[in-house]
Structure formats: C-alpha cells, structure tokens
Design a protein around this ligand. Structure first.
Ligand SMILES: Nc1ncnc2c1ncn2[C@@H]1O[C@H](COP(=O)(O)OP(=O)(O)OP(=O)(O)O)[C@@H](O)[C@H]1O
Ligand SMILES: [Mg+2]
Length: 425
C-alpha cells in the first residue's frame, strides 16, 4: 500500500463541528402529542412532525393550547411525550402545570414551550418535573434536538451517521466516489466506517476493494430477524483497519424484490456499530431507495455535466430539499468533467440551475480511474498525489465536519522511533 498523502494527525475536528451539532439520532417509536397556542409554534411543530428523525414516532399536532390539552386528557391517556405551548405568565403557567399533573400519566415526559424568558422560571419548571422548557419563538430543529436529548441513552453506543451516495444517472461514478470518500474517512480521519453496498445484483464495492467475501447484504436481507452484531461481524469484509465492507452479492442468482423494511433493519444494526456508514445506493427509483435516501443523514448526488443528468439531479435535489426542510440540502458532485469533444454544461451553469454550487468537481481521467478499478484499489492507493484525492478529501470533510490542520513534521520520525523502541524492549 502506498503512503497516504495525509496523515491522521493532519486532521482535527472543526472548531465548530456543525455536522455534529445538528446530528440527532432517529427517535424511538414513541407517541408525541403537541398542543399549540400560537400559529407560529404550530407551524414549526407541524414541520417537526414530518421530519425524518421522527418518522417512527406517532406524532399529532393540535391547536387550542392548555385548554384543549386538559379537556383532551380528561378522557384520553397521555402520550410518551407531551409538547405544550403555554402563553401565560409564570404564575398561571405553574397553576396550569399543576392541573395538568392531575391528568398526566406517570410515564409521560412534558416539554413546555413558553413565552417568558426567565431562568428562575426555567429552574422552577424543571424542579416540578418538566423535562425541558423552550422559549418561543422556537425553530423546528431546536425542538427536535431537545426531544432527541431526552431520548438519547448515555449508556448506548453512539449512533452512526448514514452518508448516502446516489447517481443522477447510471454509471456516473457514484459508487467510485462513495468508496474513495469512505477510504478517506476511514484512513485519513481514523474513523471506523462501513461501506454498505445496496446495489445487490450489480454492486462493485467488493471488486473495487479487491475482496471476495463469502457472505453479503443478501444474507442479511433474507433473514433480517436473525441479524445482530455477531452475525453482522461475520458478514463484514475488512478492507483496512478502520474500513469494513458489507458487500453486495453481485450476482443474478436471485431476484432482489425485497421487503423495504429489511433494508431499514440492516441499516439500524449497521449504524449502531460504527460512526460512519457509507451507503452505496443503486440508480433506481423504488419505494425502498426513496425511503432510505430520505432518511439518510447526508446525501451526495453524483452527476455528469449533461442535460439528462441535470434534469435528474434537479428533480432529486428538489424532492429531498422539500421533504427535509430542517436538513442541509444534498451535496452535488460533478464527475467526469472534461470528456474530450463532449459538449458539457459548465459547473457554474449546472450549479445555477440547481441553486447550489457543486461540492466538488472531478475531472474525467479514464486512465487513473480505469486502472484503480481494474486493480481493485482506491485512487489514493494508486496515486497519492492525484487531483481527485483533493475532491474526496473535500467531500469527506463536508460530510463529517472535519478540517485539515498543518502536518506535524514529527510524524516523519515515527517509523524510526518505532524501531528504536522495539530494539529497547
Ligand atoms: N472521474 C472519472 N473519470 C473516468 N472514469 C471514471 C471517473 N469516475 C468514475 N469512473 C469510471 O466510471 C465507471 C462507472 O463508475 P461507477 O460504477 O462508480 O458508477 P455508478 O454511478 O456507481 O454506476 P451504477 O449506476 O452502475 O451504480 C467505472 O468504470 C469508473 O471507474
Ligand atoms: Mg454504483
């Protein structure tokens, strides 16, 4: 394996790691009911109800504030989580919460959204058993984070981020970019990562990493109820210390018309084990591809600079953006730019049509990419100084919220020091 162009110590978490700050793991299957008193709060909570992180929870948002809530719960059980907007001053608020306590089941967590910004009141409410007090106006993401905090189990393993890669057309290089980015995340950032190749019949991740695993994603999707950490370990092929591969079978022995829930379950188990799951999606538009794409933490759309790619990328981009108003929009990567004699749409025009600028632009280099693919190597292994490595680094940094710092010269001595230490012992 050739020297890495960048070393682990070159990279540090960004001072302000936005990706980590806004990361909220999917909420469990809880019931959440909200009673709002103002239109603004109702709008934000309505957006929250449709957010991907709450897709498993049963959420209802109603108006009428405290009066409607108390009337409702006199005859109905309270949910796992009650969000209540109270518009009165501190004294009335305390009185209302005392009345609410009479109808509230003991297991219910209560989050209050109020209009009084006062730390004494905050402490008083928390002392009375309110789980969280938020001051209006509230933003959707702020409420999601507050709720996420209530259900994050400090004992639990951190939940990994799902980074989904999809092509705007077939063959645009989405898988190549996914694999090379995963390589950077695992080797340059020293972050444990798994590539999950969900292109079951045609996926190339195993070929690209020169692996021939006996088991694959198919073994898990056909028996999702059997899948646990132990089985997952056996299904994974190790590419490097930090990078494992959950390969596609890559054959046509079966038709892969599977229950969409099987894919969800696999992702849940995989993401519980590592901080980064690189999801290589096929260029298809089925229910499960759409669901998985919409529920991913980050999405990278790879496109070539032509009209069909532009139309498809725009459709994908807008659908995702509309369906996930509280998330960052997908990243768009332009690949195979500069094919000789091919008329192309410029990155600038492509970006303008999508109202975003490309996260990375990668040139057409059939010799480099072709040799890497045929050798079962990453671009970094083939040619550490090749230009596309900068793009993979850029994409990896964007998706994980890392920044590069100056290289430490001391690392040059590390192999020598290692040898000396060995001799001493
Ligand atoms: N920048 C590039 N220059 C030249 N060739 C490239 C470039 N990027 C990828 N390729 C080549 O393009 C081919 C298709 O790449 P890849 O399989 O990654 O695309 P894909 O979008 O995942 O395709 P599919 O739709 O089959 O999943 C591969 O042979 C790959 O080596
Ligand atoms: Mg692919």
């Amino acid at each position: 394996m050739s020297e890495l162009a960048y070393k682990v110590e070159d990279i540090e978490p960004a001072e302000k790691d936005e990706a980590a700050e806004t990361f909220v793991a999917p909420l469990p299957r809880i019931s959440i009911q909200a009673f709002c008193a103002t239109g603004d709060v109702a709008n934000e909570l309505q957006t929250m109800a449709e957010d991907r992180r709450l897709s498993r929870a049963h959420v209802s948002v109603q108006t009428g504030g405290f009066d409607a809530a108390i009337k409702h719960y006199q005859s109905a059980p309270t949910p796992n989580l009650l969000l209540l907007e109270l518009i009165n001053g501190p004294e009335a608020m305390v009185e209302e919460l005392t009345r609410l306590a009479e109808v509230c089941d003991s297991g219910t967590k209560v989050v209050v959204i109020g209009h009084v910004n006062d730390v004494v009141l905050y402490r008083d409410l928390i002392g009375r058993g309110v789980s969280e007090y938020l001051v209006a106006p509230v933003m959707t993401m702020q409420v999601i984070q507050a709720i996420g905090g209530l259900y994050a189990d400090p004992e639990a393993e951190p939940v990994g981020r799902v980074l989904a890669f999809v092509g705007a057309k077939g063959g645009v290089g989405s898988s190549t970019i996914a694999h090379n980015t995963a390589w950077v995340i695992a080797n340059a950032f020293a972050t444990d990562a798994i590539i999950a190749d969900f292109d079951l019949p045609f996926g190339t991740a195993a070929l690209d990493f020169n692996q021939d695993p006996a088991m694959s994603v198919a073994d898990a999707v056909y028996a999702p109820e059997r899948l646990d950490d132990v089985l997952l370990d056996r299904l994974l092929a190790k590419c490097t210390d930090n990078l494992s591969l959950f390969a596609a079978p890559g054959n046509l022995n079966r038709e892969y018309d599977l229950d969409p829930k099987a894919y969800d379950r696999i992702l849940d188990i995989v993401r519980a084990g590592v901080p980064a799951v690189i999801l290589d999606l096929p260029h298809q538009w089925t229910g499960w591809v759409k669901n998985i794409l919409m529920s991913a933490d980050e999405i990278v759309i790879t496109a070539e600079p032509d009209l069909a790619n532009l139309r498809n990328a725009k459709n994908l981009f807008e659908l995702v953006k509309q369906g996930r108003p509280s998330d960052k929009p997908p990243r768009v990567v332009l690949n195979k730019v500069g094919v000789p004699k091919r008329p192309e749409i410029s990155p600038k025009d492509f970006g303008e049509a999508l109202h975003t600028s490309a996260a990375a632009v990668i040139g057409f280099d059939p010799q480099l990419f072709g040799s890497a693919a045929n050798n079962g190597q990453m671009i970094q292994e083939m040619a550490a100084n090749a230009k596309p490595n900068e793009a993979f680094m850029e994409i990896a940094k964007m998706l994980t919220g890392r920044v590069e710092v100056h290289r430490k010269r001391a690392s040059l001595l590390a192999p020598l020091m290692g040898k000396l230490n060995l001799k001493k012992s």
